[in-house]
Design a protein around this ligand. Structure first.
Ligand SMILES: *Cc1c(COP(=O)(O)O)cnc(C)c1O
Length: 501
């Protein structure tokens, strides 16, 4: 199986090249040229095995130039009970409220307490093997722009991995205190963390510019290094996310919540459009899906896009209590457009050029009609997010984080509007303890304590849930990284940190 660029069909690369490079030279994203197709019998067979077994099958079908041994090694090393708390890295909580059935797919039991671990625990294994295959001997320099969770998950995945260095940029005022603490205290000899004066989109654009800067690239080459990405523009980030949608379906089958062939709705709190896109790939591989429900916070550029067919990033940017979704340019939408145009790279390149030149583009009626058929977009502001956390806690005894609450809220809007009670899998993307202040505010009527850890402890005491160990252990950790830089200083910061300026 090979991969194309979304902006230039003549670019054809192997799986390992796609993963090692992260992004195509002309700025396009790598997409599989075709997809494996699973029948219901194939899915039933997947249901007979465990998460790791499902992962091995799916990885095997996508990573054409990897051996079975390499895939097996990677999967076994990534999804261990030590890292994910149990043999099932993605457990489901079932909630029935009236005739509405929600299966909350908890994707945050990994080492950094957000769903990014599902991909970033395995990406370093895939990436180092990919670099060996195609660029033997080179050191991979991983550049990451983060809205909070990717940064920590990538740092944790790549720390002290031979042949790699990792640099993370985060918006100085755009992450939660816990997210900041997680990154600033990161251990490892090959890591660095820098705050930028700007928002996530600035960080992401800055990183993309460095990737495609030929002068910087030449400097790296001279020093036997190459850039790669741990953001969801990298195919190696998306592929692991396909697994948990199949796995969730298998678990629903095994728990007799659905029958083989029954359709499900998929609800995803969305930022960069990676997570929801993985479920779209799963459907195209044979997973029975009825609707994709794309949930946004006040930064509702995707809600408008799905409703109107016009993507317009020229709007106010809001800093919300669900910071990992504070994004106006959702990179992975480009991949969706590629598939919805049946692989029309010219058209995708044109829309992406319009987006960067004018800040907006409008899709044609063919793509719009497909969007209407498959997607529902909705949004939820901070007040409603807090109200949903409270409601879920008081009525269902379920404590969820701010991002998951956005998804639950939009899902309820969807059911109200359409009456569609198809069983829903709701992606729960972070531990409530990562956003302790907002969650505590929502469930408690008392005055909040000042200190972050006092809030964490109070949340635990009130809700009788335990603080995840990786967060509890940060309380007294040493702060290692305090550097800040301006967006236009990012290239220099990277070169300095690599000592190749
Ligand atoms: C990254 C993230 C999201 C958004 O996921 P995308 O794949 O970027 O759409 C949602 N919730 C949390 C907690 C996240 O960390």
């Amino acid at each position: 199986m090979n991969y194309n660029s979304t902006r230039d069909k003549s670019k054809v690369v192997t799986a390992s090249q796609a993963i090692a490079q992260g992004i195509s030279e002309e700025g396009g994203l790598f997409v599989p040229q075709s997809l494996p197709k699973y029948t219901l019998d194939d899915i039933k067979a997947l249901a007979q095995t465990d998460y790791r077994g499902r992962a091995k099958k799916i990885f095997g079908d996508f990573l054409g130039d990897f051996t079975e041994e390499e895939i097996s090694q990677s999967v076994e090393a990534a999804y261990t009970p030590e890292k994910f708390g149990s043999d099932d890295p993605a457990p489901i909580s079932y909630i029935e409220s009236g005739s509405t059935k929600m299966s909350i797919l908890e994707l945050w039991h990994g080492p950094t307490c957000a769903f990014k671990d599902m991909a970033l625990q395995i990406l370093p294994h895939l990436l180092t093997k990919s670099v060996k295959k195609t660029y033997s001997g080179k050191e991979a320099v991983i550049l990451v722009a983060t809205s909070g969770d990717t940064g920590k998950a990538a740092l944790e995945g790549f720390k002290d991995v031979d042949g790699t260095r990792i640099m993370v940029f985060y918006p100085v005022n755009g992450v939660s205190p816990m997210q900041k603490r997680q990154m600033a205290t990161q251990k490892g000899d090959n890591v660095s963390v820098v705050a930028i004066e700007g928002n996530f989109d600035d960080a992401q654009t800055g990183v993309k510019k460095i990737f495609t800067n030929s002068e910087i690239k030449a400097k790296l080459e001279k020093n036997n290094m190459l850039f790669s990405s741990a953001n969801s523009i990298n195919w190696g980030r998306l592929l692991p996310q396909i697994v948990y949608y199949f796995s969730a379906y298998c678990e629903l089958l095994n728990a007799k919540k659905i029958n083989a062939g029954d359709k499900i709705n998929v609800v995803v709190p969305t930022g960069n459009f990676g997570n929801i896109l993985a479920s779209f790939y799963a459907m195209n591989m044979g997973l029975p899906v009825n609707k994709f429900i794309c949930a946004s916070n006040a930064n509702n550029v995707l809600t408008d896009f799905i409703k109107t067919g016009t993507y317009d990033r020229k709007r106010q940017f809001y800093t919300t209590i669900s910071p990992s979704m504070d994004i106006l340019v959702s990179s992975n939408l480009e991949r969706l457009l590629y598939h919805l145009t049946d692989g029309n790279a010219e058209k995708v390149a044109q829309w992406m050029n319009e987006l960067s030149a004018n800040g907006s583009y409008t899709v044609d009626s063919y793509v719009k009609s497909k969007l209407d058929e498959l997607f529902y977009g909705g949004c939820c502001d901070d007040d409603n997010t807090r109200a949903t956390i409270r409601e879920m806690y008081k009525n269902e005894s379920y404590l969820c984080d701010t991002h998951t609450a956005v998804a639950v809220n939009v899902y309820k809007q969807y059911v109200e509007e359409t009456g569609d009670n198809t069983p829903a899998v709701i992606a729960s993307t972070a531990s409530p303890y990562k956003f302790a202040k907002s969650v505590l505010e929502a469930v408690s009527d008392e005055k909040l304590p000042e200190d972050e850890y006092a809030m964490v402890d109070e949340l635990s005491a009130i809700t009788k849930t335990s603080v995840p160990l990786p967060l509890a252990s940060l309380k007294n950790a040493e702060v290692r990284f305090k550097e800040e830089c301006k967006v236009d200083e990012m290239p220099e910061t990277v070169l300095n940190s690599l000592s190749i300026n």
